[in-house]
Design a protein around this ligand. Structure first.
Ligand code: NAD
Ligand code: UDP
Length: 316
């Protein structure tokens, strides 16, 4: 690369929740950013503030079809992440993860780019090991309603590691645990956005099951710092790296926090637990801490306050 020129990066799923924050962070780091998205769950509004930057481009494309561009790095985030959305068209969800991975890995190989895969804590399924370390192989129902996402992401990981072993392709795999923050879609169906919207409208808060199931919630700025650290500061390590905030909360605790912070009159209602819903989830992030000195900093209360402010803006 000529001295002084910008690195070029392709972000698939760049108009989604995480993708839009990643594009913004990469532009700040002086990358030239190509955002690719089919706008299934992503929105142009998420990247609108970036479009005045001449080093930012948006392209409508589906990763299940081959795509070509000359870039130095690829971040593959394309895939709906909310259970409601990934179960809407499960066959397309599998294709997005598997065909998408094949297309992007083929491209990376041809243009000699380093490629990052946004994998997920769902590869651990409903885990028997707690907290989850990267060495745990998981407990996933291969024929259940979450399998289109879980198994799709597991197969994508397989493809990444086979391209690495077979062709020496430089890969980075991050297993992302539940992340929240501004730019989440209000209709996303995930727990943080649901609870906040319900609380702001003083509507019933929908607790699935008895609310004793746990998740660990990472604020988006912490996660994005983790993405770029994996890509830039992990040397030859491929991962998989767990990225998430290890503080664990029950859904009842989350609901109570949201009601308090939103100053809401909402009451709790209990609805049936969806099939195969994991009971507990908490990342062991020792590997990320040791390899590239990454630790999330934002407390749940502080992150929720920012996210509530964002949703208040959308509702006003
Ligand atoms: P999101 O739904 O907001 O973003 C996904 C983006 O991918 C959207 O812009 C969507 O339009 C796009 N997309 C979907 N299918 C596509 C296709 N076939 N071709 C091109 N674009 C496509 O979700 P998110 O929370 O931003 O998640 C981003 C990535 O991170 C996903 O791969 C997801 O699996 C992973 N992840 C997210 C979380 C989380 O808590 N947010 C947790 C684990 C993993
Ligand atoms: N959940 C809930 N109420 C909602 C949405 C989700 O109680 O309105 C629960 C869901 O059953 C799960 C947890 O919250 O136990 C996290 O769900 P989410 O869809 O955000 O992500 P997941 O980690 O399950 O992929």
């Amino acid at each position: 690369m000529p001295k002084g020129s910008r690195k070029r990066v392709l972000v698939t799923g760049g108009a989604g929740f995480l993708g839009s924050h990643l594009c913004a962070a990469l532009l700040k780091k002086n990358y030239e950013v190509l955002c690719l998205d089919n706008f299934f769950t992503g929105k142009k509004d998420n990247v609108l503030p970036l479009t005045s930057n001449p080093y930012f481009e948006v392209l409508r494309h589906d990763v299940t079809e081959p795509y070509s561009a000359e870039v130095d790095e690829i971040y593959n985030l394309a895939c709906p992440a909310s259970p409601v959305h990934y179960q809407f068209d499960p066959v397309q969800t599998v294709k997005t993860s598997v065909h998408g991975a094949i297309n992007l890995l083929d491209l990376a190989l041809r243009i000699k780019a380093r490629v990052f895969q946004a994998s997920t804590s769902e590869v651990y399924g409903d885990p028997e090991v707690h907290p989850q370390q990267e060495t745990y192989w998981g407990k996933v129902n291969p024929i259940g309603v979450r399998a289109c996402y879980d198994e799709g992401k597991r197969c994508a990981e397989t493809l990444f590691f086979d391209f690495h072993r077979q062709y020496g392709l430089p890969i980075k795999v991050a297993r992302i645990f539940n992340t929240y923050g501004p730019n989440m879609s209000p209709n996303d169906g995930r727990v943080v956005s649901n609870f906040i919207i319900q609380a702001l409208k003083n509507e019933d808060i929908t607790i699935f099951g008895d609310g004793s199931q746990t998740r660990s919630f990472c604020y988006v700025s912490d996660l994005i710092a983790g993405f770029t650290a994996v890509m830039e500061n992990s040397g030859d390590a491929t991962g998989p790296f767990n990225l998430g905030n290890p503080e664990e909360f029950t859904m009842l605790e989350l609901a109570e926090k949201v009601i308090t912070l939103a100053n809401s009159k909402s009451r709790l209602v209990f609805l049936p637990l969806p099939a195969d819903d994991p009971h507990r989830r908490k990342p062991d992030i020792t590997l990320a801490q040791k390899t590239f000195q990454w630790t999330p900093k934002v407390k749940l209360e502080d992150g929720l306050k920012e996210t509530i402010k964002y949703f208040m803006g959308l509702l006003s």
